[in-house]
Design a protein around this ligand. Structure first.
Ligand code: 5GP
Length: 124
């Protein structure tokens, strides 16, 4: 989807223009609880820059930033869950991408909780 030129919803969260429960932040990455969780732990992790629409663009354009995003995910899984996690990058409208500012979904059990359901993102 072409950029509208408007700040993305995630840029507005990073700028504190829209409230969200922020659970981690570095100079270049921000992580916050998803507004419609699909797993006991469901965190959106996104670069503060809106320059990359999806993970393919991010991997090609700034692999270090992608690695930083994965490191933030791993750290959050260790503190919020049991260190094991699912990391999902929806890439394209037909697979459910709705926000065209690259982001990962961190999905994990809460604390030492049981396994995520297979064949789903987390719940259901
Ligand atoms: P996508 O469908 O693009 O892979 O993921 C976008 C995610 O952003 C969805 O899981 C959706 O629930 C979440 N989301 C959309 N708007 C907001 C918002 O204003 N606040 C928060 N915390 N999450 C949002």
């Amino acid at each position: 989807m072409p950029s509208t030129g408007e700040p993305s919803i995630f840029s507005r969260i990073a700028a504190r223009e829209i409230p969200a429960t922020i659970v981690a932040e570095t100079d270049r990455v921000i992580a916050f609880n998803d507004i419609a969780p699909q797993a006991p732990v469901h965190v959106v992790i996104t670069p503060k820059t809106s320059e990359y629409a999806n993970v393919v663009e991010l991997a090609a354009g700034d692999p270090d930033l992608l690695a930083e995003l994965v490191a933030v995910a791993s750290g959050l899984a260790a503190t919020l869950s049991n260190g094991q996690f699912r990391l999902v990058f929806n890439t394209g409208e037909t697979v459910g991408q709705t926000v065209f500012h690259v982001h990962a979904h961190l999905l994990a059990p809460q604390g030492a909780g049981g396994p995520l359901e297979e064949g789903t993102l987390g719940f259901r």
